[in-house]
Design a protein. Sequence first.
Length: 342
Amino acid sequence: MNRTFTRAMLALYVAGLAAAATSAQAATTLRLSHFWPEVSTVNKQVFAKWAKAVEEDSNGELRVQLFPSQTLSQADETYNATVNGITDIGITAQGYTNGRFPLSQIVELPGVSTSAPQGACVLQTLYDDGLIDQEYDDSRVLFMFTTGPGYLHTKNTNIEKPSDLEGLRMRRPTAVAGDIMENMGAQPVGMPAPDIYTSLQRGVIDGLSIPWEGIKSFQLGDQLNYHTQVPFYTLIFVATMNQSTYASLTPEQKQAIDENSGMVWAEKAGQVFAAEDEAGRKNAVEQGETINVIDNPLQNPDWQKPLEDGIEDYLSGLEERGLDQARDVYQAALDAAQSCAQ
């Protein structure tokens, strides 16, 4: 092999390494923070797939690094962490930042949604229609979604009517759900979902309100024996991005983000949560645990009044804060629920 050919091959090899290095340097890594466990289906089927879709649609120019289980930001600080650039993308429950998203949390009220796909559609519709978008002016919303209905689950108490909650220390996901539980006689305790297991184990709480999906995602099944399917709230979530991070992207990179935003991913998340609800309930049935089903609680003589009082208290509280559009947003949510159910 002559030296000229060898030098040419070496030059091509070095050029290839340089090109690869340049390509690697050109890729932008986005940090995504959330609180679901890494092994959870929600992390694998929603967030990891979203990350892969963004990477593929950007032709590898964007890479998304997932930080599950609060490893980059605590659940109740994730929205602020996103706004302040600690993380590029944050996914969290609006109710973990109490009072910051009051109009959005109208979707949490009883009777608005009966499933995760419907709830996700309702929430995303309110945002797309400009009814709640002003609450997110400090970040760039990617998509919104919800859990399915939140129920009541306890270690040692069979809850058949609201009075059975009297004095029980119940983890509440948000202040909205907590106020309704308090109307029923419970003692609401606030904590992010990742803290529930040890709190049940140590007897800090007697039970909690959470969808079936949450029991499965956070592996709570061995701590619970009684379940009451009374759909009195829906937990809402937002996936959002730091504004400066988005502004720094190239037009092609922005397009990859935009194409993976909005209703399409709200619906995908909703379907995953619905499947997890089914799986979570199936586990409880297979374990022989007690499950009470309260159909149409807003028409049930035992449950109707505390739930209706909770709705009225929340809406009137928003009006007292000067949010005169609260009832209009509530009606819009009910209207969206009809169209989203089809």
